[in-house]
Every structure is written in C-alpha cells, then in structure tokens.
Unconditional design. Structure first.
Length: 530
C-alpha cells in the first residue's frame, strides 16, 4: 500500500435532496490499476470526487489526497485558454523565454526550477495522448492551440496529457473513453499499462477493464473487490449469482415448508382443543383434574405454536437475505416479429449522396444485415445516421429508406420527460391498450408501478432502457434501426440489456461506434470506414 493512497474512514455523504450515497464507508485504495464499476447513479463519480478531495463528507474523514490528479467526465474549459495554460506551464514558458533572451532575474530561475525541458515533455505527453495527430497542428505550436478548437475526444486526450506531465502518485479517471475514437481508446489502454502507483478508472468499457489489476464494484453504497480484469470479474459475478439463486430457491422452499408446518400444528392443536372440550362436557374426569389438564394443554399449545412461528420467522429472514443477494435480472426477453425483414429486400439505398460535411458515400442494405460505421471522431458517422433518419438534409444526392426506421441518438431526448414511461409508449403505439402497453414494458424490465415512473425521474440506465423500448415497440415497428455510439456512458447492466434486446431484433441494423467487443456481441457482419 502506498503512503499517499487516498482512503475513506467512516465517510457519510448525502446528495442535496437528503438521499444517502454512502453511510460510514471505509475504503483504502490499493496500489496498481483498479477499475471502478457499478450501475449508473450508484455514486461512482461522487466517490472519485471524495477521493480527490473535491467533496467534503458530512461525517468521517478522507486522507491521502495531497498528490492526486482527477480527470472528470466533463472538464470545465475556458475556450480562449491555450493548451499550455491548461497544462499549467504558461508561467514556466514565459520565464524560459526571458532567460533565453538574457534575463538573470532570480524569479525566472525560481519559476523554472528543474523544469528546463518542460515544453519538450509537454509535447511528448500530448503526442502520447494523440493530440498532435489531429487537424494541421504540428508539434512546434500545439501548446499554443486554443481550447475552444478541440473536439470532445481531444479534450479527454488533453486532460490525460496534463496528468501524465504532472506525474502524480494517484490518478483518478472518470469515464475516459466516452468521447474517444478507436485509435484514441487503444492509446489510452496502452498508456494505462505503463502507469505506476495508484490508478482508478471508472469505466463501462470491457476492453479497457480487461487489462486492469482488479475490479472494485460499487453497489448499494459499499465497495466489493474482485481480483483480475473484466473477464475474471464477470466470471466471479456469474458464480455468485448462481449460488445466490440456489440459496434463494432453498430459502423459498424452507418458507413454504415452515408455513405448512405452522398450519399443520394449528390443526393439531384445534383437534386437541375439541377433544378437551368434549371430555369437559361429558365430565369423565374430576373437574380439578380437567382444569389442570386444560392449563397444561394451553401452555403446551402456546409453546408449540410459538416454536413453529419462530421457525417461520427465521425462514422468512433467510429468504429476505437471499433475495438481497440476488442481482436484478437485466436480460430483456421480448418478441419483435414485426421488425423482421425478408433477406432479399432492399432496406436502404443511397444515390449520389453527399453529406452536409462534404463527405460522399454510397450505401445499400438488404434484409436483416448488421453494419458498423467506423472512423475517427468528426468523420461523419453521426451525420450519416441523422441523414438516413431524415433529421438532416444531405448536401446533394438521394437517400431511399424503404422500411420504417428508428434512430437511437447519443443524446436520449426522444421521450417526453413530463410523461410516464407507459404514456410515452402509448403515444408511439396508439393501437395498443393499457394492458398491452404494460405487458410490453414488463419485457423491458419495467414491471408493475415502474411503468408509471415519470421519464424525468429515471436514472441514466433506466432512461436508456425506456428509450429503447419506445423505439422497438413502436407502431409501426422499425425494420431499420440506427444506433449512434450506443455504448457511450452505458453502465454494464444497460449494455447487457441492449445486447439481449438486439438479439430479439429481426430487422436491419446500422451502428456507429468504436466498441469492437460490443459490435462482435451483436453480430455485426460488415463494416464501412468513414
């Protein structure tokens, strides 16, 4: 354990609405590279901010935050600031220029200290993160580039380069792959493999998690540790789930058995009471003897009933414990016959298509084909999907979509936040009655009252699932489904739900993304590089 590793000591932290995220949480970060996983809304970002010293707990203590670098999901940037300013080397560069011009001011030498090569090191870290390879920026002037010119992926790369330049003892990364293209993800994975000290990465990316030393799962305000990378974690969770389900089956059987024993004991006691009353009525024994027998029988009956009731109560407690250990089923099982497309049918055809970005592309899909759109950030993948969906007009050419189409955009804004999940689906499937709507939503894990939740109150994972349900269960059903970076910011449970839903989908599919493992999971047959 490194001396500077952050630790939480009996930390309690609650959100402004009073919801408790952590209650007396103890946590010590180990050396090495840790992947932090958990459902959206479980508190991963909050935990990182506590470990970085950015949040103050309502109770408990946080230690070891003196040499920590934290890369947040959304960096607050001043658009006119330069890359050098963002990396914290503007002052050193100014002093270096003065010294090169002949300055002997001690303040300049003090500002530089041992950092005579800071510009070379900064450019090297930027190159390592892949930044100079974008646009027409060369290694000699990349430090003077304005932050407002950067894309989302470049901002993430810049944030990582700043951390690498600072060489902190502890590195905390929050969803670093969200805006990265395939090449940038590979560079990040390679960079993480070289880092020493303590590194914590919040991620839903199995490829990134696979190369880490251990996985920490945040669930219900507690952290559980699993040795090894993603595949080892997944195997351990499956084994735990199987054991928990077996324990749950056994606990349910025990409750049924104890309930039956209690009923049987009550029936036995009832027969004894009837017999005693008969004996009393016929006066076959002296009254005093019968009263003694009656009192003893009552005491025995009370003890007998209490014993069986205690056994039933203990069985119910074991059942409650077993239910708590079983993870919620996240697999979507739904019939989507109306999405099926005959194999020879032309689903999509473009002719002379030039996108608004100026990119020319020819594309044709037949039957239930599954196609991936690959390419760097800014290559036009999202523009193509929105053009096919009819949301954007092309610069020239024609898009011929011959089946109903559905688009799942990166920004999940398809549903009315002021309506319930059920009401949103009813809008998209007006021919379905309320029972049919609820039955369909149950297939997407919105059972019972959950279908009445307002969209505005949903967590990120729930909103994704509700949006997916509204798309796939719409009338008419989509026979061409367009997915724009669908795994960005998805927690692992939502990712599994998406994979299981697409396994039920019978139409054509076009997916823009960098996640090759996901593309393999959903059976992509062909890829187009933009």
């Amino acid at each position: 354990m490194t001396r500077t590793s952050p630790a939480l000591h009996a930390v309690t932290w609650a959100w402004p609405d009073g919801t408790v995220a952590f209650d007396r949480l103890d946590l010590q970060l180990p050396a090495g590279r840790t992947g932090l996983v958990g459902a959206n809304g479980s508190g991963k970002t909050t935990l990182l901010r506590l470990l970085a010293g950015e949040l103050t707990p309502q109770a408990g203590q946080v230690s070891g935050v003196e040499d920590v670098a934290h890369l947040a999901q959304d960096l607050a940037l001043e658009t006119e600031q330069t890359i050098a300013g963002f990396m914290g080397i503007d002052g050193v560069r100014t002093s270096l220029r003065r010294i090169e011009a002949g300055s002997v001011d001690p303040a300049d030498y003090a500002a530089v200290g041992e950092r005579w090569d800071v510009e070379d090191r900064a450019r090297a870290e930027l190159a390592r993160a892949g930044l100079p390879r974008t646009g027409n920026i060369t290694g000699t002037n990349v430090l003077d580039r304005r932050l407002g010119e950067l894309s989302g992926g470049e901002v993430t790369a810049l944030g990582l380069a700043r951390i690498l330049l600072a060489r902190p003892a502890v590195v905390l990364l929050d969803e670093p792959t969200t805006h990265l293209d395939r090449q940038a993800r590979e560079r990040l994975t390679e960079t993480l493999s070289t880092l020493r000290g303590t590194v914590v990465v919040v991620s839903h990316d199995p490829e990134l998690l696979e190369g880490l030393d251990q996985i920490a799962e945040l669930r219900e305000g507690r952290v559980r540790w699993y040795g090894g990378g993603w595949s080892s974690y997944a195997a351990q969770v499956r084994a735990e789930q199987e054991a928990a389900e077996q324990a749950l089956t056994s606990a349910r059987a025990d409750v049924r058995r104890q309930r039956a024993d209690l009923v049987e004991s009550e029936q036995v006691l009832a027969r004894r009471r009837r017999y005693a009353q008969k004996m009393y009525a016929t006066k076959r024994e002296p009254r005093a003897v019968m009263k003694l027998r009656q009192r003893a029988a009552q005491q025995s009956a009370a003890g007998y009933t209490r014993t069986h009731q205690d056994r039933l109560d203990r069985a119910r407690e074991r059942l409650a414990d077993a239910e708590q250990q079983v993870r919620e089923d996240r697999e979507i099982r739904v019939d989507l016959p109306d999405t099926q497309v005959p194999g020879a049918r032309v689903v999509l055809h473009t002719e002379g298509l030039v996108l608004r970005t100026g990119r020319a592309i020819e594309l044709e899909l037949r039957g239930p084909e599954r196609l991936a759109l690959l390419g760097a950030n800014g290559s036009g993948k999202s523009t193509l999907l929105h053009t096919v969906a009819g949301r954007l007009a092309p610069r020239s050419g024609r898009v011929d979509v011959r089946v109903p189409v559905g688009l799942l955009p990166q920004r999940l804004d398809l549903l009315d936040p002021d309506l319930s999940i059920a009401a949103n689906l009813a809008r998209r499937a007006p021919a379905a009655d309320d029972n049919q709507v609820r039955a369909r939503l149950a297939r997407f894990l919105f059972r019972g009252d959950r279908a009445d939740q307002h969209v505005a109150s949903l967590s990120g994972g729930e909103l994704f699932r509700a949006t997916l349900a509204a798309l796939l269960l719409a009338d008419p059903a989509p026979q061409l489904l367009l997915l724009d970076e669908p795994t960005n910011s998805l927690d692992l449970a939502s990712r599994e739900a998406l994979v299981s839903a697409l396994a039920c989908y019978g139409g054509a599919l076009v997916v823009a993304g960098h996640d090759l493992a996901f593309l393999d999971q959903i059976g992509v047959e062909r890829a187009v590089e933009l």
